[in-house]
Design a protein around this ligand. Structure first.
Ligand SMILES: [Zn+2]
Length: 346
């Protein structure tokens, strides 16, 4: 079955209902070719808008002709501020006191990113159930559900509690420093594999807990993301066959994208993940500008062009909580006939 080029974007329910600028932007987005809107869901342990607002905004957007009934959540938060790209707003990036910050191999808390533990899994599962109950059928889980801050670093939480839970499974206890040194040197293959599998299983456990009846879940895969970052695409497909994926995260700013490695890294990562996913209908791009306006409209279109040429059909535009503004919509609209034609050839 051929899959048509489809533009996705995400919006805040609260802003859809209460912000004139957002309301005025909706026809512009639709006119550009955005068909599917994802509503901000559960971020850092709290709902971005109230459930009543999400339900009302969903109905309103459906009446405006968009495909909705879907949400995007940030189940673990995110290392650093990768959400609030506009200094004029004040998004709360802390995690609940009942969760715990992921501790890196050096013993530092990763602000503002939670480790996957039973409490946050339970809270995320409950949030997903509530979103399902108000009509959401798909939820994308964004940002560092992978367990490391970059794809170069082996993931996992090195706090005492998590180290003990790993020791119970593996049979030998390692303190943080020893474990970190052994993992970094990759001198103990069995240990590296066990630690990697432990982290990948935690991601699958979370995904299973949030995937209630009537819901399918999607997961973001960071650029270059792999098992060492907690993302085991074949395992996720085996355990949760309906899961959809977002690939190609990275190059949010002109200076990153314009480097040769920006474009070649994007293509390499995208093709690797696309091959593992094996289903274009379940594969989404991550076409992000962050912080606000850091990637020019021309470069955003060029990124879309690369993604479409490499066979991605679901283009997912992102901008943190900043609303993409007119020059971007105008540039995308102008490029759409070319992108549609390219999509039909690839
Ligand atoms: Zn921990």
């Amino acid at each position: 079955m051929s899959v048509k080029l489809n533009l996705n974007y995400n919006v805040s329910a609260h802003r859809v209902l209460h912000d004139r600028k957002m309301r005025d932007m909706l026809p512009i987005m639709r006119d550009t070719g955005v068909e599917t809107l994802w509503l901000f869901g559960y971020f850092y342990g709290r709902f971005e808008s109230t459930l009543a607002e999400i339900e009302a905004a969903n109905k309103y957007l459906v009446s405006e002709g968009f495909t909705v009934n879907r949400a995007i959540s940030l189940p673990v938060g995110h290392p650093g501020n990768a959400l609030d790209g506009d200094i004029s707003s004040h998004t709360d990036l802390t995690i609940p006191d009942t969760w715990h910050y992921r501790v890196d191999g050096e013993g530092r808390n990763t602000y503002f990113c939670a480790a996957i533990d039973d409490v946050m899994i339970k809270d995320n599962a409950e949030a997903a159930r509530q979103l399902r109950d108000i009509g959401m059928t798909k939820i994308f889980y964004d940002d560092d559900l992978r367990t490391s801050s970059t794809s170069r670093i082996i993931g996992g939480c090195f706090c005492e509690k998590c180290l003990k839970s790993f020791a119970e499974e593996f049979g030998t206890y390692y303190d943080r420093q020893t474990l970190h040194t052994l993992l970094r040197s990759e001198s103990n293959e069995e240990l590296t594999e066990a630690w990697t599998a432990h982290n990948c299983n935690a991601v699958v456990k979370l995904l299973k807990a949030v995937t209630h009846e009537g819901l399918t879940s999607g997961i973001m895969v960071a650029q270059g993301g792999k098992r060492r970052n907690g993302i085991d695409i074949p395992l996720i497909k085996k355990e949760l066959p309906g899961t959809f994926f977002r690939v190609g995260e990275g190059n949010f700013r002109d200076e990153d994208f314009e480097r040769e490695e920006g474009k070649s890294g994007l293509i390499r990562s995208l093709l690797t993940h696309k091959e593992l996913i094996g289903d274009v209908s379940k594969t989404y791009s991550e076409t992000t500008v962050f912080p606000a306006r850091a990637l020019s409209p021309e470069n955003m279109v060029e990124k879309m062009r690369i993604e479409v040429k490499n066979g991605i059909k679901n283009i997912y535009l992102m901008s943190g909580v900043w609303l993409i503004d007119e020059p971007y919509w105008a540039a995308i609209k102008k490029a759409m006939p070319e992108l549609i034609a390219l999509s039909e050839q690839n």
